[in-house]
Write a protein that binds this ligand. Structure first.
Ligand code: SP5
Ligand code: ZN
Length: 345
């Protein structure tokens, strides 16, 4: 199986993020995650590490607003230039807003900090010098997997970092800047019908927003109920699409402590919905933070659970672009990913 991976992510390693209550903590979405996955893949005899192809900016700005992408590209340099303290110790700093646009989004602010509060939804999407280049490489991994689905009719794994599913058309959040899975799904939608299934523990709010009014890409997310879990404001069961897209989005918000049995029951419903849509391609937003013991999750999906999840999705018999999203139990991350991917090889 082809594994699309780039080393460009490595220097995207903000020195902190801010948790609930204003607590500064280590950045959970860290390069060690990739090293654990790479180590596990290298022990197999089927993982074929491949550099992504460069697809240029067009497939990205087909999904994201150009002014938002421009903000991502220049934010760090502008931040550095604006603050001598940051310039004196850039490695100890990350760019984050302290004021948010909330529900006032009528005009794009002209100042850098105004833009930040307008384009960033939380305190986990920290921008550092290497962020923009890392996000481009990550999107190219997803596009390479999509292209492989199209031209080779096979399934492949985009080992994306940073992840993408919390990023919307014009916003970053939850470690995500460019929505890799959405960029891949949108690219594939020009070749045929696409279903995008999101099995990350957190609701795929960015993906939901991007495709909400479209009926050519079916989007489904299975996740911790936003009633108690991040992203809090989106991902509820009654959000089913709008306009032409009505009926083409589905959320499965699940309770705390969901185990393999509860998870697989929701997955089976999602798979039935995908079969009824009869897509030609599947994009799988693959978060491993549903794992029992993940520091950011509350579910108890086991390694056996991931094996069964992989098998049931594979049984759809669709060329699948498997896109890495979250998963923060680093010690188990490699085995968990390999367990899921093994079902597709
Ligand atoms: C891609 C992805 O999985 N992004 C997740 C971003 C989640 N940010 C949540 C921040 C709130 C953390 N609450 C921590 C509870 C620890 N017990
Ligand atoms: Zn997640």
């Amino acid at each position: 199986m082809k594994i699309f991976y780039s080393e460009e992510h490595r220097k995207h390693y903000p020195p902190f993020e801010v948790f609930d209550g204003g607590k500064r903590v280590q950045y959970y979405e860290n390069p060690d995650r990739m090293d654990r996955i790479l180590a596990a893949l290298k022990k197999t005899d089927w993982a074929e590490l491949t550099d992504p192809k460069d697809f240029g900016i067009d497939p990205i700005i087909a999904v994201h607003d150009g002014d938002y992408v421009q903000f991502l590209a220049s934010a760090w340099t502008e931040w550095l230039a604006s603050d001598p303290q940051v310039a004196a110790s850039p490695e100890q700093n990350a760019f984050l807003p302290a004021t948010f646009a909330l529900r006032r989004k009528t005009r794009i602010p002209s100042s850098l900090l105004g833009k930040a509060g307008y384009y960033i939804m939380d305190l986990s999407a920290c921008i550092v010098e290497a962020t923009y280049k890392a996000t481009l490489a990550s999107a190219n991994c997803a596009l390479s997997a999509a292209s492989s689905s199209f031209s080779l009719h096979n399934s492949s794994f985009a080992l994306c970092r940073p992840p993408g599913h919390h990023a919307g058309r014009d916003y970053a959040g939850g470690y995500c800047f460019i929505n890799n899975a959405s960029v891949a799904a949108n690219w594939l939608s020009q070749k045929g019908r696409v279903a995008l299934l999101d099995i990350d523990y957190h609701a795929g709010n960015g993906t939901q927003d991007i495709f909400y009014e479209r009926n050519d890409v079916l989007t489904i997310s299975i996740h911790g109920d936003p009633d108690f879990e991040y992203p809090h404001y989106i991902g509820f069961a009654d959000e089913t699409g709008a306009g032409a897209g009505l009926g083409f989005h589905k959320n499965y918000p699940l309770p705390k402590d969901t185990d393999d049995t509860g998870y697989l029951a929701a997955l089976d419903e999602a798979l039935t919905m995908i079969r009824n849509f009869s897509p030609q391609y599947l994009v799988l937003s693959t978060g491993m933070d549903t794992f029992d013991g993940d520091p950011l999750g509350t579910f108890h999906v086991t390694q056996n659970g991931f094996s069964e999840i992989g098998k049931r999705i594979f049984d759809l018999n669709l060329p699948t672009a498997i896109i890495m999203e979250g998963g923060y139990a680093n010690e188990a991350l490699g085995n968990n990913i390999v367990t899921l991917l093994e079902r597709f090889k």
